[in-house]
Design a protein around this ligand. Structure first.
Ligand code: NAP
Length: 265
């Protein structure tokens, strides 16, 4: 029987790339989505019998409580990927309050509480398993590894909380077959980063910006998807508890992001 893996937020960006890579590797992949029903169905059609889609707004506690598919499969792996960014949150939360507090609530709820609630729903089932389970949490270089001045505070706070959750669960599972990892990517060329940053750049500035990034390019979703697939391998147990900086060096040299000025060489 194919190993079953759940990828939250599997319709766009890293999640979509991961779903496709896993399906091609022979896993049975289940994805969640909130609004991209069409993209979800397209993946289900493309990988008939290998990819299954479930609508779940992970920022809505009642929906998570009622999402029985979360406990109906003895997951081999769960990739906690779904999240909102500082711009994509604007189409999720009501806009206009003077502190932008609705955005803060949405970022903290979807990004941090969502994975927590999904984990809590699955916990009794996961703890009964005797076979290996791999839990992989997507944090971010901002919040998970470093602090970038002037980035959206609650975005970084929510991703710091995700990294903490992974660390806490790793501590609790040192003597169990459950392996826990956190991956903290840098800026990736996905809809999330387009919405917050890339859409405001001319093609020339965008090219210059990409060249200024660590290793002279933006991270692609497939770069991260590759390592998420590697972490599902048996050998990854050695990395249990690791928070993997997947930023090509941005986490070590944060100025790359904050000191970019268009026109620089
Ligand atoms: N892009 C970056 O530069 C970057 C950098 C560091 C870390 N990350 C992290 O990497 C992960 C993936 O980011 P990405 O850039 O691939 O994002 P993305 O392209 O915006 O895709 C986000 C995915 O999450 C789903 N999602 C959003 N809100 C949801 C909700 N309330 N309930 C369920 N699903 C929801 C979306 O589904 P729908 O389309 O159905 O809404 C979509 O499939 C996120 O955790 C993000 O924080 C991203």
């Amino acid at each position: 029987m194919a190993k079953q893996v759940l990828v939250t937020g599997g319709t766009q960006g890293v999640g979509r790339e991961t779903v496709m890579m896993l399906a091609e590797k022979g896993y049975e992949v289940h994805l969640t989505y909130r609004k991209s029903a069409e993209q979800a169905q397209e993946l289900v059609r493309q990988y008939e019998g290998r990819v299954f889609a479930h609508r779940l707004d992970q920022g809505d506690l009642a929906q998570v409580e009622q999402a029985d598919f979360l406990v109906e499969h003895p997951w081999y792996g769960v990739i906690f990927n779904a999240g909102l960014g500082s711009a994509t949150v604007k189409s999720y939360a009501p806009q206009g309050d003077c502190l932008d507090a609705a955005n803060d609530v949405a970022l903290m709820t979807v990004n941090a509480l969502g994975p927590l609630w999904i984990y809590k729903k699955m916990k009794p089932m996961l703890e009964q398993k005797t076979e290996k389970t791999k839990l992989i949490f997507l944090s971010s270089v901002d919040g998970g590894v470093a602090a970038f001045p002037h980035f959206t505070l609650s975005d970084g706070m929510s991703k710091a909380a995700v990294a903490f959750l992974a660390k806490q669960l790793a501590a609790e599972n040192v003597y169990t077959p459950i392996d826990v990892f956190c991956v903290s990517p840098g800026s990736m060329e996905t809809g999330m980063f387009y919405a917050s940053t890339l859409q405001y750049m001319t093609p020339e500035v965008r090219e210059q910006f990409a060249r200024h990034q660590a290793k002279n390019r933006l991270i692609q979703p497939r770069d991260v998807a590759y390592w998420l697939c590697e972490l599902l391998k048996d050998e990854s147990t050695l990395l249990h508890g690791a928070n993997i900086d997947a930023s090509m060096g941005l986490g070590c040299r944060t100025g790359i992001q904050t000191e970019f000025q268009p026109g620089e060489a």
